[in-house]
Design a protein around this ligand. Sequence first.
Ligand SMILES: NC(=O)c1ccc[n+]([C@@H]2O[C@H](COP(=O)([O-])OP(=O)(O)OC[C@H]3O[C@@H](n4cnc5c(N)ncnc54)[C@H](O)[C@@H]3O)[C@@H](O)[C@H]2O)c1
Length: 251
Amino acid sequence: MSAAIVTGGSRGIGRGIVLALANAGHDVVINYAANQTAAEEVAAEVEKTGAKAAVVRADIADAADRERLVAAAYDALGPIDLLVNNAGVAPSVRADILEAGEESFDRLVGINLKGPYFLTQLVARRMIEHGTPGRIVTISSMSAYTASVNRGDYCVTKAGLSMMTKLFAARLAEHGITVFEIRPGIVATDMTGAVREKYDRLILEQGITPIRRWGRPDDVGRAVVAVAQGLFPFSTGQVIDVDGGFHLRTL
Ligand SMILES: NC(=O)c1ccc[n+]([C@@H]2O[C@H](COP(=O)([O-])OP(=O)(O)OC[C@H]3O[C@@H](n4cnc5c(N)ncnc54)[C@H](O)[C@@H]3O)[C@@H](O)[C@H]2O)c1
């Protein structure tokens, strides 16, 4: 039995990851930012599978909250052997990079990049202390390499997560800890709700993704399970695209 922390696990892709892990026999700490009821509903679904669940409210942009999250996770489930950095936000308003302000930039850097960076540091230290051969998975985005000039702040944070993955992979290999980046494409969640019609056209009519359908949270969940189950024993620092082939160049 293994134990995972999934940040932002109460809805969307995070919820899909939590449920996929539970169905594969992993106990899960579900971190959430605000919606306790939603987190508890996910926990109840986890428990139906026979796996254990714990819910912990924590703002991952906040250092004291990150410390509390990790302490609560170890108290609830014992040594953690999988961290999934999933929580993330899009800018509240999409704005051209010639206009966009610092407030949105700082918010996105805090939640999308600084939070996972220092949470990974905390959990990695604990894994080393406990001698756990752990795994760390970070959910970045195709925005790590795709320039969207109306949400540059988001793209910059996701590109930063790619380097973060390489850095921790290089540093933690000697401790038996492997590190992966999963890059989702366009996935149907609350985050993409506002642009659903635009993406319907791009995916279904124009074929922007060779596999012509929206991604589902469970598509990402299954990729995380493959890592969690140890199916990539000689890989680290690896990027796994879960994007219906969006990253391909075709001619
Ligand atoms: N939906 C997509 O098409 C898509 C594509 C690529 C990458 N992603 C990434 O996948 C991840 C999940 O996105 P989603 O589509 O499920 O979005 P979502 O908005 O449905 O869920 C985001 C989750 O993160 C949590 N969260 C936000 N700020 C937080 C904070 N400060 N502390 C703790 N938790 C916080 C939210 O409460 C929520 O549970 C994000 O990192 C997102 O950037 C999404």
